[in-house]
Design a binder for this molecule. Structure first.
Ligand SMILES: Cc1cc2nc3c(=O)[nH]c(=O)nc-3n(C[C@H](O)[C@H](O)[C@H](O)COP(=O)(O)OP(=O)(O)OC[C@H]3O[C@@H](n4cnc5c(N)ncnc54)[C@H](O)[C@@H]3O)c2cc1C
Length: 462
């Protein structure tokens, strides 16, 4: 593709990740002309270094576990080993097919794709290699990068970030995962399934601390059973190189040694030296501050995705991109409710949630106004067939709608679609209880939980 030489467009978008390309596609559907600028590959973090490759690894990990555990289903199979070249070929193949599809979508929609590093040089202009792209509107979508801690140098060999972990050509014999959030527990889960000895170090008092407390407890119990080591509540102090790897020290002086250390302590916004502040845009610790309509307060400049404070998730980026394109087209879309964005952690066990945790709901509405119900997957036929444990937890406003759904167990991510409809449509448990769930599915666990919360439990032990 030949590089365009600047020009004027309805929208100039800086960054072609989930947020940026979603805005471009929706804007094109609305007959707006778009220049979409990226210094790397179209698709951004999620497609190339995030969601898709990690979920491919997690699927390979699941196959390894199922092979290892096949005898409990009466199937005889031996796990001979993990061929990382084969795993990586499978993972890269998935990414390549999706990348090709996305390139086709952009072409079909006649979006002008500009390859190169851009900088905001005026309130309506992004400059790339000396060429100026002027937009009646500008959308900032420059995404995020793997953060580290002060004094902790990521060398890409022994101390690595997620982008390096995705490219490893071997399964490390042992790994320290610094950070027990989503990215940390997903890699811990993969490496354990592939045969590594794994230790998670988390400064907060529990793993997946953003989730409901009962979810954390169940994940910790499951990880103990899987022999994934973890130490919580003690901040990391330092890492040193040893002869064959690294040694990490946590508060109190305890040390852990391993072949590699994965730094998974969160992602920082990519906003430095891009001209944002010079144009008057407000940054808070690097994040772009917007109003609820994602406008920065400067000119016709909007921001979407990981640079906007909140959940750093691809589908939030997609939705924000669609929102801003529609806003620019004058469609006046409804603002996005951040609590209504579903969250999934694809570890084993899987975690899925939407809405408020029990603690948050009680803070917001008062403890006496909120009820909860936990449905144990032990009563769900399909979960028994899969031999998985966990629960579905509902949080409701008394005599009011569902405020939160929290689930843990194999394949729970697939149930979050129904859960998010229930939350976002402000359904009452009694309304959901009238709807029929197919038997035997794991969706039934949701149905059963709603039956029980409406006072008419079916397969529920009290
Ligand atoms: C390991 C990992 C696993 C993840 N798994 C999931 C998951 O399962 N589900 C989920 O929902 N989310 C997941 N995420 C998060 C998801 O990837 C992000 O939320 C999403 O990519 C954010 O989209 P974005 O458009 O804001 O930014 P990005 O996808 O980061 O895209 C930003 C783009 O801007 C470009 N850019 C930056 N600066 C410039 C510049 N100066 N000039 C030109 N281009 C520039 C970059 O090259 C990049 O392509 C994961 C992330 C990681 C790291």
């Amino acid at each position: 593709m030949s590089q365009p030489n600047g020009g004027t467009f309805d929208i100039v978008i800086l960054g072609a990740g989930s947020g940026g390309y979603a805005a471009a596609l929706r804007a094109a559907e609305l007959d707006l002309s778009v220049a979409l600028i990226d210094k790397a590959e179209l698709g951004g973090t999620c497609l190339h270094r995030g969601c898709i490759p990690t979920k491919a690894l997690l699927h390979a990990a699941e196959i390894a576990d199922q092979t290892r555990e096949s005898e409990q289903f009466g199937v005889k199979a031996d796990l001979v080993g993990i061929d990382m070249a084969g795993v990586n070929a499978y993972k890269d193949g998935v990414v390549a097919r999706l990348y090709k599809g996305l390139q086709g979508l952009l072409k079909q929609d006649k979006i002008t794709l500009v390859q190169g590093a851009g900088k905001l040089v005026a309130k309506d202009t992004v400059e790339v290699d000396g060429q100026r792209y002027t937009g009646r509107n500008v959308i900032l979508a420059t995404g995020s990068y793997s953060r580290s801690l002060p004094g902790l140098e990521v060398d890409g060999q022994r101390v690595i970030a997620s982008e390096h972990a995705l490219k490893l050509d071997r399964v490390p014999s042992s790994a320290i995962v610094l950070g027990g959030g989503v990215i940390g527990v997903e890699f811990a889960s993969v490496w354990k399934s592939f045969g590594a000895d794994v230790t998670i170090l988390e400064a907060l008092p529990r793993l997946v601390a953003a989730e409901d407390e009962e979810i954390s407890k169940t994940v910790e119990r499951a990880f103990r059973k899987r022999k994934i080591n973890f130490k919580v509540g003690k901040p990391f102090e330092k890492v040193e190189h040893t002869e064959n790897g690294v040694r990490a020290t946590i508060a109190g002086g305890e040390t852990v040694e391993a072949e590699v250390l994965l730094v998974a302590v969160g992602r920082g916004p990519t906003t430095a030296n891009l001209g944002y502040e010079q144009q008057g845009i407000t940054l808070d610790r690097g994040f772009v501050i917007t109003n609820e309509r994602l406008h920065t307060g400067v000119g016709n400049i909007y921001a979407v995705g990981d640079i906007v404070p909140g959940l750093q998730l691809a589908h939030r980026g997609f939705q924000q991109g669609i929102f801003v394109a529609e806003e620019i087209a004058g469609l006046k879309p409804a603002p996005i409710d951040e609590a209504g964005i579903p969250r999934v952690t694809y570890s084993d066990p899987e975690i899925a949630s939407v809405g408020l945790t029990e603690t948050k709901a009680k803070e917001q509405y008062g403890a006496d106004k909120v009820s909860t119900y936990n449905y144990n997957l032990g009563g769900n036929g399909k979960s028994q067939i899969l031999k998985t444990a966990g629960f579905v937890k509902l949080v409701r406003l008394n005599d009011g709608p569902v405020l939160g759904v929290h689930m843990v167990g194999a394949r729970m991510g697939e149930l979050v679609g129904e859960a998010q409809l229930i939350y976002n449509w402000e359904a009452f448990p009694e309304e959901v209880a009238q709807l029929v769930h197919a038997h035997p599915t794991q969706n039934e666990a949701l149905g059963e939980a709603f039956l029980a919360l409406s006072g008419k439990p079916l397969h529920a032990h009290s």
